[in-house]
Design a protein around this ligand. Structure first.
Ligand SMILES: Cc1cc2nc3c(=O)[nH]c(=O)nc-3n(C[C@H](O)[C@H](O)[C@H](O)COP(=O)(O)OP(=O)(O)OC[C@H]3O[C@@H](n4cnc5c(N)ncnc54)[C@H](O)[C@@H]3O)c2cc1C
Length: 406
């Protein structure tokens, strides 16, 4: 292990990508996670990954864990498909990479994958059991003469050379590190649920099972999104084959449903719906589609009653950061966005890999810490805020998301 000790706040996808990178580079890392355990609260089901996340996973994971990732990812046809409210296919829009490049369906690198979030998190947690502490909420930090100290709500502290705030959209670290960087309500409420594949197959268009995502919306811009997760190899089998000794819980194939729109179309405020039982959320979601012709409401009505949860959408407002010393940010903690483009986790994982590489340069003696963090933040805020702006623009077109404040 090197002399550098890195404290990571938050064991989400970004923080764990950073931790895997640091572990791979032989840098001492401790991760502090507020949740009592990895599966403490609903965190979503399907995730669309593109080249950013796939490259980051390949870079930071040990080969055997990357093999589990590959074996459990559903590489999709590179299209986001627009449906009518009767769920007929209107057009298949080519999914593009970060540089606007369209990848052909069966030629060149497969850069779009649908993965199961819990499976991905398990892969990213594997091998870090000794580094991740659950039930540790960071309240604040202090720069000291010889490093940085994190203060936890349980009264304990931890000391390191660098602190990375990967603590998500309501980041406590951001409040101190970048107080001018705000997050604002995007104006959109959504309800998520999922259907077992066998139930979904006869109800959804064939493109839902092959493409990145399928989405329909009405004149109110109330929308129904559908996306599949079909495991080429089950997570437990993949672990057994490629990473024996890694425990992975099995999941069945499924289709995720998301029904969303502006707050005013929902029968209650988010605060009023937060405590509703999952089954009632399903009823609200299906009710929003009741006037659609065809089977949209039926798709939602056939989803697992217990699978539903509420998502309140917020977005970061792009801003400049003060020069770093020992504390930096990554992922949703600095550039949260609405899920319109399915890119937030991709950018968070790209950040984790990039920051890990920057800290490796410090350990190798090539760069002073402040310069390494400044270089990381320059690059990360440039691509991160650019995706935030793009997500807000497309979110405005597709679901009447609030415009970003000037
Ligand atoms: C419904 C939905 C669907 C989405 N779909 C996609 C998609 O298809 N593709 C995509 O790329 N992105 C998608 N996203 C966005 C993606 O989920 C996020 O961008 C991504 O999870 C951000 O990762 P992160 O590590 O920065 O933050 P998080 O995953 O939010 O992790 C932050 C962690 O920090 C912990 N934490 C918070 N505060 C503290 C504290 N004070 N002390 C210690 N720990 C703390 C939290 O408990 C959490 O575990 C979606 C988002 C939602 C809500």
């Amino acid at each position: 292990m090197s002399e550098l000790k890195v404290l990571v706040v938050g064991a989400g996808l970004g923080g764990l990508t950073l931790a895997q990178s640091l572990r791979g580079h032989g840098i001492d890392v401790a991760v502090f996670e507020r949740d009592a355990g990895p599966w403490d609260r609903p965190q979503g089901y399907r995730l669309h990954l593109d080249a950013d996340a796939i490259n980051a996973a390949r870079e930071v994971l040990p080969a055997q864990l990357y093999a589990v990732f590959e074996a459990t990812a559903q590489y999709t046809e590179p299209f986001t498909t627009i449906l009518g409210t009767d769920l007929s296919v209107l057009k298949r829009l080519p999914a593009r990479d970060d540089h606007g490049q369209v990848w052909p369906a069966h030629d060149g690198p497969a850069v779009h994958a649908n993965v199961d979030r819990a499976t991905l998190r398990q892969i990213l947690l594997a091998g870090l059991e000794d580094a991740v502490q659950f039930g540790k909420t960071v309240q604040r930090y202090e720069n000291t003469a010889d490093g940085v100290t994190a203060y936890f709500t349980d009264g304990s502290t931890a000391h390191g050379d660098v602190l990375a705030g990967a603590d998500g959209i309501r980041s406590a670290v951001r409040r101190h590190r970048a107080p001018r960087c705000e997050t604002v309500d995007a104006g959109i409420t959504a309800i998520y649920g999922r259907l077992p594949m066998a139930v979904a197959e006869p109800l959804v268009p064939a493109e839902t099972l092959t493409d990145v995502f399928t989405i329909a919306s009405d004149e109110r811009k109330v929308f129904l999104g559908l996306g599949s997760v079909r495991f080429p190899t089950s997570p437990a089998q993949a672990a057994q084959r490629f990473a024996p000794g890694t425990s992975m819980s099995d999941q069945d194939d499924y289709v995720v449903t998301i029904v969303g729109g502006r707050h005013e179309f929902f029968p209650a405020t988010a605060a009023g719906m937060r405590t509703l039982p999952a089954e009632q959320l399903r009823g609200i979601a299906a009710g929003l589609l009741q006037n659609w012709p065809g089977g949209a409401a039926e798709v939602v009505g056939n989803a697992d009653a217990a699978s539903f949860f509420l998502v309140e959408m917020y977005t970061s407002v792009p801003a400049t950061l003060d020069a770093p010393t020992r504390v930096t940010l990554l992922g949703d903690a600095i550039h949260a966005m609405t899920p319109t483009l399915g890119r937030g986790a991709n950018v968070a994982m790209r950040d984790g890999a990039l920051l890990g590489r920057a800290l490796k340069e410090v350990v190798d003696g090539g760069l002073p810490l402040a310069a390494a963090l400044a270089g990381y933040e320059r690059e990360m805020t440039a691509y991160g805020f650019s995706v935030v702006r793009q997500a807000a623009r497309i979110g405005r077109q597709r679901m009447a998301q609030n415009a970003l404040p000037e």
